[in-house]
Design a protein around this ligand. Structure first.
Ligand SMILES: C[S@@+](CC[C@H](N)C(=O)[O-])C[C@H]1O[C@@H](n2cnc3c(N)ncnc32)[C@H](O)[C@@H]1O
Length: 164
């Protein structure tokens, strides 16, 4: 298994957690842009077509270029491989006033996710409140044929299977 994040501190923590869990010989973590770029700007090592499961947990909405990341994830799949995205379970569409969860997610977005996703330019400026229709649009632009909301019930998370 290989894990990517562009934040060095997060990767250091992931490595510590893997060591503590006794699985460091089976997982590797790299500081890398999910779109395939290393901090030096180099393209990733030949990872394309190698993975049965490619996941992005609570991160697509943070990305300046979510379409590029989804395109890279699509390319990582082995034949028959699956792409799974987990992200906040926000409402299907805007309502005012939103419920408590919607307001919490807007707060997280305004205070953290949206500004952090706008550091890099240009930016999709998504933020925490990424509606299912927004992810679908990104996925189709990245080359996927469809997005399924998976039948996994959770108060806070929604899981998407990206196909095609
Ligand atoms: C809310 S955190 C989630 C971290 C982790 N996936 C988890 O589930 O605990 C969002 C993460 O996305 C990372 N991130 C944002 N844009 C990225 C990109 N283009 N490539 C790789 N990581 C990115 C940030 O560094 C941050 O660690």
């Amino acid at each position: 298994m290989r894990g990517l994040d562009q934040d060095e501190g997060s990767i250091a923590e992931a490595r510590r957690n893997a060591a503590q869990a006794g699985v460091a010989d089976r997982v590797t973590f790299e500081v890398r842009d999910a779109a395939g770029h290393s901090p030096s700007g180099a393209r990733g090592p030949g990872l394309a077509g190698r993975y049965d499961l490619v996941c992005a947990f609570e991160t697509i909405h943070d990305m300046a270029d979510p379409v590029a990341a989804l395109r890279a994830m699509r390319a990582l799949r082995a034949e028959g491989g699956v792409v799974l995205v987990g992200d906040e379970k926000v409402a299907e569409s805007f309502t005012a006033p939103g419920d408590e969860l919607e307001r919490l997610n807007y707060g997280c977005s305004a205070l953290h996710c949206l500004p952090s996703g706008m550091v890099q330019r240009p930016s999709a400026e998504t933020g925490t409140v990424m509606r299912p229709a927004t992810l679908r649009r990104y996925a189709l632009q990245a080359g996927f044929a469809d997005v399924e909301v998976l039948p996994i019930e959770h108060d806070f998370w929604r899981f998407y299977g990206l196909v095609g």
